[in-house]
Design a protein around this ligand. Structure first.
Ligand code: HEC
Length: 251
């Protein structure tokens, strides 16, 4: 019995430890509005320019961008870097094996990333919005970068030229004999090509796009789910009638 209790306590401890490690800091609310086509178009442009070098979006075809108001010609002229066909899916420019070698981790496919990162801190979009705005220089890391929302991330800051260089400021707290570092805010070390407000808006557009891109896949799931339920309903009726028919004469 004592052993069981100890095991339970240990399990709970591990669970709460994992919770504390997740996220790192509180997530900011992402300004998502997937019916704002101007924002989605800007997000698509940022995505293709800054993310497709390393990441793919294997379930997304370039010509689907027509759904956010772009023409085939606009897609061809402005967004095709890794392929020359608008019917192609969004493949990354680098070889995944090479990426693993360079960064120590594989850049995940981003088609449904906004759906897969929801957690205690908010929606997946909130996480992405926070993640993409909390990179900072850290010379102890192989990439030279670190991140407050994803400590020790293997991804370098892809948008640093836009955001510039910032340093997180921590405050030390004594709690139960341990020193804790509480995040207080940012100090701008060198300016980027955007003001902080412009940068937040740009990342907002990018996250809006990531959210939109994950949406159709989810719609498909919902559609399949509905058909499964209809099938189960019909099947239940058939099974019920068959059952009645089989037992009709045995009484
Ligand atoms: C130079 C290559 C590179 C570029 C460019 C890049 N990434 Fe990454 N990214 C990575 C790698 C490598 C990882 C895996 C990191 C890890 O698991 O430690 C990653 C991970 C991620 C993750 C997953 C984080 C998580 O919680 O697991 C997201 C989201 C992401 N990248 C978004 C983006 C977006 C958006 C862009 C464009 C602005 C971008 N990345 C550009 C290399 C890159």
């Amino acid at each position: 019995m004592k052993k069981l209790i100890l095991t339970l306590i240990a399990a709970l401890g591990i669970a709460s430890g994992a919770q504390a490690a997740e996220g790192g800091i509180a997530w900011d609310k992402a300004p998502v509005n997937t019916s704002d086509t101007a924002s989605l178009q800007n997000g698509a442009k940022l995505f293709v320019n800054y993310c497709l070098n390393c990441h793919s979006a294997a379930f997304m075809r370039f010509n689907r961008l027509k759904d956010i108001g772009l023409t085939d010609q606009q897609i061809k002229d402005n967004l095709l870097f890794t392929t020359d066909k608008v019917g192609e899916t969004m493949k990354s420019a680098i070889d995944p094996r090479q990426a693993k070698e360079w960064f120590g981790a594989n850049p995940p496919d981003l088609t449904v990333i906004a759906r897969s990162r929801a957690g205690h801190g908010g929606t997946g979009a909130d996480y992405l919005y926070t993640f993409l705005r909390t990179f900072y220089r850290d010379d102890t890391k192989a990439t030279g970068w670190n991140n407050l929302a994803f400590p020790s991330v293997g991804m370098p800051h892809a948008l640093w030229q836009l955001q510039g260089d910032r340093r997180p400021v921590f405050e030390e707290h004594q709690s139960h004999g341990r020193v804790e570092h509480i995040f207080k805010g940012w100090e701008q070390v060198s300016a980027g090509s955007m003001t902080p407000l412009q940068y937040d808006q740009a990342v907002g557009d990018l996250v809006n796009y990531l959210q939109w891109m994950g949406e159709p896949a989810q719609n498909t799931r919902v559609r399949i789910g509905v058909w499964v339920l209809i099938f189960l309903g019909v099947f239940t009726v058939i099974a019920w009638r068959l059952n009645a028919a089989f037992w009709k004469d045995i009484k």
